[in-house]
Design a protein around this ligand. Sequence first.
Ligand code: ZN
Length: 137
Amino acid sequence: MKSKYYEPSGADVYLKYVCPNGDCLDIQWLTLKESKTKNYKIVCDCCGKVYKPKRVKTFSVQYYEDIQTEKTKPTIKAQETKPDLRFLEEAKKTLISFGFDKDEASDMISNEYEKSKSTNPATLVKNSLDFFGVKNG
Ligand SMILES: [Zn+2]
């Protein structure tokens, strides 16, 4: 493994609280440490109301899956392997005319092309629809 992504060693989290006193709605920011403190009380700067924030247990970081393990990005590949991919465009247009949006059509046709390597737009369209469980009649 040559490239490694490093994880953060900590985080700076602030939590926002809005004063519950009627129309006051003054905003207070607490550090994560303060929000984790038992019986912590906020005194509103604006109206002087004292209120307790719900105690926070933890915050966690969630990562995206490693990009390198994500294999298929068919739309990009299809564009890179030009020149003559007009049949793909034609197949996509057909799907769009069936009511699929541009991105859907593009994904469906690219996936189907990856699988079958068919250069016949009609075949690509037909197989894409079969794959999605759309049948005629
Ligand atoms: Zn207030």
